[in-house]
Write a protein that binds this ligand. Structure first.
Ligand SMILES: NC(=O)c1ccc[n+]([C@@H]2O[C@H](COP(=O)([O-])OP(=O)(O)OC[C@H]3O[C@@H](n4cnc5c(N)ncnc54)[C@H](O)[C@@H]3O)[C@@H](O)[C@H]2O)c1
Ligand SMILES: O=C(O)[C@H](O)COP(=O)(O)O
Length: 528
C-alpha cells in the first residue's frame, strides 16, 4: 500500500518533487476537497501536508486514525490543534526557514506602500483621477520602527529597515542588550516601543499571550499618527480596536496581510482608506513556496524511513551532532522500560531515572521519553510513541524525575530506571557497551549481563543447590532451549535471580508450572 500522504492545501509542484520521487510514497492531492470529504477520507492517510488554510481541529484529528505526521509547509501552526495531535501521538513538523525572506520582503513592501499610499494612488488613477495632493506620503528615513517579535522575520526586517536608515527599537522576551547592540538596534519594553515608534511591525506567533496584544489600550499608548504593519498573524491585533483607532486618527494607517478570520470577501476595515491589505501573501513567492514544500516533504520522508525529522514542533528539536551522540541510548532506554514494567506487581505511581557517566553529559530529555515509552508500551501498545509518551504518563498521574548521579559502578555510562508503586520499588540499570550495544547490568540489587533482545525468562528463586538443574530439566520437558543464563544472589542461601534468554516465547501456563517448583518465587516472561 505504501505510505499515504495527503496534500490538503496548494503547494509548489517543484517543492513536492522529493515526495513524487519516493517510490514508497502514495501521494493524493485534496486541495479541491470539501471539509466533509476531508473528514470522511482522513483516516486513509499516514501523513497530511497543509499550509494555513486547512484547519486541523481536534475533531479532524480524532477521525485521523492512521495519521502519524502532519507537515506544515510554512511557519505558523496556529491552525493545528497541537495538543490533540500530541495526545494522539502525531508528530507535527513545519518549515520555519523557507519563507523568512519572503515574509520580510513583504513586510518592507507593505511598509513602503503604506507610507507612500501607493495602493490608494493606484486605485485613484484607475478611477481616472490625477490627484497628487491627496497622496502625499511620509519618508521612512530617520523614523523609528518598532519591531514586536524579534525572531527570524523580525530580525530580517530590522536589517532591511536599517538600509532605509530607520532607527529600530525591538521588543522580544528573548532579545538581550548584547544582541541588540551588536545589531545596532535598541532593545525596549513594549511600552518603550509604543511610546517611541512611528511605525510598528508585528512578528510574533499567535499565542494566548499575543492574542489582541495590539488592543485599545496599546493603541492609546502609541504616538499619534503611528503606522501599523501586520504580516504575522490575524488575531494579534484587535481589529475592532484598530478600526476605532484609525477613525479617531490615533493610527494614521495600517498595512495588513493577515486577519482574524480568513478567508473573507468583505471586511469592515477595508472600508477605511487608511488601510491597505493583501490576502495573506507574505510567503507567496515562487522561492518560498518551493523551499517550504521541499523542507516539509523531506521531513516526511525522513519520518517514514525512521530517521529523525529536522523541524519537529511538538517534540524537542535536537541538533544533529547531539542526536548522533544520544540516539544509541534511545534503544537502551526503551528496552530498560519494556523490561522493567514486567517486574511491577502493582500500578506504578512514579518513575525515577538516574543517569551517570557519559550519558549524564548528553541531552537526557529524549532518552527519558524513550524509557517512558518502553514502560507504557506494555499496556498501551502502539498508541504510545515519542510524541505522546510524557503526555500519556502525566495523564495517568505518573510523576517523572530525572537525576544525575556520580555512581557509574565502573561503567563509562549507566542509566537506571526505577518504578515506585504503592508498596515497592523496582529498578533496572543498563549501559551502552562500545560497539556491542545495550546491556542490562542490574535488576534490582542483582548484577547481570543481559542483551535486552528476544525472549527472556526472569526467575526469582531461593539460592540453594540443585535449583538451576531442576529449572533446566523442567524447561527441557517443555522443549524450551536456554541460549544464555545469568545468576546472582543477594546472600548465600538468600533471594536470588536467574535471567535467561530462551529460544521461544514462554506461555503463562509454562510460567505457572515453573512456579510450582518449591524454590521458585516468581517466573516472568519478557519478550523484547
Ligand atoms: N504573512 C505570512 O505569510 C507569514 C509568513 C511567514 C511567517 N508568518 C508569521 O510571522 C510570525 C513570525 O515568524 P518567524 O518565522 O519570525 O517566527 P520566530 O519564531 O522566528 O519569531 C517569533 C518571535 O516572537 C517572539 N515572541 C513570542 N511571544 C512574544 C511576545 N508576547 N512579545 C514579543 N515577542 C514575542 C519570540 O520570542 C520569537 O523571537 C509568525 O506568526 C508566523 O506565522 C507569516
Ligand atoms: O506562517 C506562515 O508560514 C505563513 O503565514 C504562510 O502561510 P501560507 O503557507 O498559508 O502562505
Amino acid at each position: 500500500m505504501g505510505f499515504r500522504v495527503l496534500i490538503a492545501d496548494p503547494l509548489s509542484q517543484e517543492g513536492i518533487t522529493p515526495l513524487l520521487e519516493t517510490e514508497e510514497i502514495q501521494l493524493d492531492i485534496g486541495t479541491e476537497w470539501t471539509n466533509t470529504e476531508l473528514f470522511e477520507r482522513i483516516s486513509e492517510y499516514d501523513a497530511l501536508i497543509i499550509r494555513s488554510q486547512t484547519q486541523v481541529t481536534r475533531a479532524l484529528i480524532a477521525k485521523a486514525t492512521h495519521l502519524k505526521i502532519i507537515g506544515r509547509a510554512g511557519v505558523g501552526v496556529d491552525n493545528i490543534d497541537l495538543d490533540a495531535a500530541t495526545e494522539q501521538g502525531i508528530i507535527v513538523v513545519n518549515a520555519p526557514n523557507g519563507n523568512t525572506n519572503s515574509a520580510a520582503e513583504h513586510t518592507m513592501a507593505m511598509m513602503m506602500a503604506l507610507s507612500r499610499k501607493i495602493p490608494q494612488a493606484y486605485l485613484s488613477l484607475k478611477n481616472k483621477q490625477w490627484d497628487r495632493k491627496k497622496y502625499i506620503g511620509k519618508e521612512l528615513k530617520n523614523k523609528t520602527l518598532g519591531i514586536i517579535g524579534f525572531g527570524r522575520i523580525g530580525a530580517e526586517v530590522a536589517y532591511r529597515a536599517k538600509g532605509q536608515r530607520m532607527r529600530i527599537i525591538a521588543y522580544d522576551p528573548f532579545l538581550t542588550e548584547e544582541q541588540a547592540s551588536k545589531l545596532g538596534i535598541k532593545k525596549g519594553s513594549l511600552e518603550n516601543v509604543y511610546a517611541q515608534a512611528d511605525f510598528i511591525t508585528i512578528h510574533t506567533p499567535l499565542l494566548k499571550e499575543t492574542r489582541y496584544l495590539l488592543n485599545q489600550q496599546a493603541f492609546e499608548a502609541m504616538k499619534d499618527g503611528v503606522y501599523i504593519i501586520n504580516c504575522a498573524r490575524g488575531g494579534i491585533i484587535d481589529e475592532a480596536a484598530l478600526y476605532d483607532a484609525i477613525q479617531n486618527k490615533k493610527v494614521a494607517g495600517a498595512a495588513l496581510d493577515v486577519f482574524e478570520e480568513e478567508p473573507f470577501y468583505e471586511h469592515r476595515l477595508l472600508e477605511l482608506p487608511e488601510i491597505i491589505a493583501t490576502p495573506h501573501l507574505g510567503a507567496s513567492t515562487v522561492e518560498a513556496q518551493e523551499s517550504v514544500a521541499i523542507d516539509v516533504s523531506e521531513d516526511i520522508i525522513r519520518f517514514m524511513r525512521g530517521e529523525a525529522v529536522h523541524n519537529p514542533v511538538n517534540l524537542p528539536s535536537i541538533p544533529r551532532e547531539a542526536l548522533t551522540e544520544i540516539k544509541p541510548y534511545f534503544l537502551l532506554a526503551e528496552k530498560l522500560g519494556q523490561f522493567l514494567i514486567h517486574l511491577a506487581n502493582e500500578p506504578i505511581q512514579e518513575i525515577n531515572l538516574y543517569y551517570s557517566g557519559d550519558v549524564a553529559k548528553t541531552k537526557i530529555g529524549p532518552i527519558t521519553r524513550n524509557a517512558v515509552k518502553g514502560l507504557l508500551a506494555r499496556h498501551l501498545g502502539d498508541h504510545v510513541n515519542d510524541v505522546n509518551a510524557l503526555y500519556l504518563a502525566e495523564k495517568r498521574g505518573l510523576t517523572i524525575h530525572e537525576n544525575m548521579t556520580s555512581s557509574t559502578q565502573g561503567f563509562t555510562n549507566l542509566m537506571r530506571v526505577e518504578i515506585v508503586t504503592k508498596s515497592e520499588k523496582k529498578s533496572v540499570a543498563g549501559t551502552l557497551l562500545n560497539g556491542l550495544g545495550p546491556r542490562i547490568v542490574k535488576v534490582d540489587p542483582y548484577s547481570v549481563d543481559v542483551t535486552p533482545k528476544g525472549h527472556l525468562l526472569v526467575i526469582h528463586h531461593q539460592d540453594q543447590p540443585g535449583v538451576i538443574g531442576k529449572m533446566g530439566s523442567l524447561l527441557a520437558t517443555k522443549e524450551i532451549n536456554i541460549a544464555t543464563m545469568q545468576v546472582d544472589r543477594a546472600d548465600v542461601g538468600g533471594n536470588a535471580i536467574m535471567v535467561m534468554t530462551v529460544d521461544r516465547h514462554i506461555e503463562k501456563i509454562e510460567l505457572e508450572a515453573l512456579e510450582q517448583l518449591e524454590e521458585i518465587h516468581k517466573a516472568i516472561s519478557i519478550d523484547l
